[in-house]
Design a protein around this ligand. Structure first.
Ligand SMILES: [Fe+2]
Length: 192
């Protein structure tokens, strides 16, 4: 693994082949244990975890650093699966520095949950679909398909990641598996 570049950053050509980036920066691996407290079915989460602390998703960054005025990018790949019927998902976060972000679907099918603390939105994602995340909206991605779901994220380097906000507020909805696809179940912290 290479590391983030130090500024000043030179212009660069970055190849994206749907599931990887080159040149590569740091890769983040999130396992089932990292999603503690996020799935509705805590008992099922504990049971699945005891069986195998499987990888739920990875985030591969380019070398562009997360610092003000830079514009980092990453590819997130969420494995297919669910925990107690709740589709595998990212932890979700707010930006401490409230700035916008874009997600571009690359492979597979998924969803983008957005929650501003009062209103909840859901965007169906697929290859070629751009999801726009306005400032002040927490965001989480979900794999709703049977194959890995990957997307490109582009975000201001100063945005940051506040994961605690999601634990404190929820994401407005949970995305549950059904026989034919998915359904949204309203959820905010304190509502279950
Ligand atoms: Fe973000």
């Amino acid at each position: 693994m290479t590391t983030f570049l130090a500024p000043p950053i030179s212009p660069m050509r970055i190849e994206i082949d749907r599931i990887s980036v080159s040149p590569a920066g740091p890769t983040l691996t999130r396992r089932l244990s990292d999603l503690d407290g996020l799935f509705a079915d805590k008992r099922q989460w504990e049971s699945d975890l005891a069986e195998d602390d499987r990888v739920v998703y990875t985030v591969m960054s380019t070398p562009v650093p997360e610092i003000p005025r830079e514009l980092p990018q990453s590819i997130t790949t969420i494995h297919p699966g669910n925990c107690g019927g709740e589709f595998y998902m990212t932890k979700g976060h707010q930006h401490p520095d409230p700035q916008a972000e874009i997600y571009l679907g690359l492979e597979g099918t998924g969803g983008l949950l957005l929650f501003d603390g009062e209103k909840a939105e859901y965007i169906e994602m697929a290859p070629g679909v751009l999801g726009y995340i306005p400032p002040h909206w927490a965001h989480r991605s979900i794999n709703t398909g049977a194959e890995p779901y990957s997307f490109l994220a582009v975000y201001p380097g100063s945005a940051g990641h506040d994961y605690q906000w999601v634990l404190d507020h929820g994401m407005g909805n949970r995305v549950m598996a059904t026989a034919t696809g998915y359904r949204l179940v309203p959820f905010t912290v304190g509502s279950e």
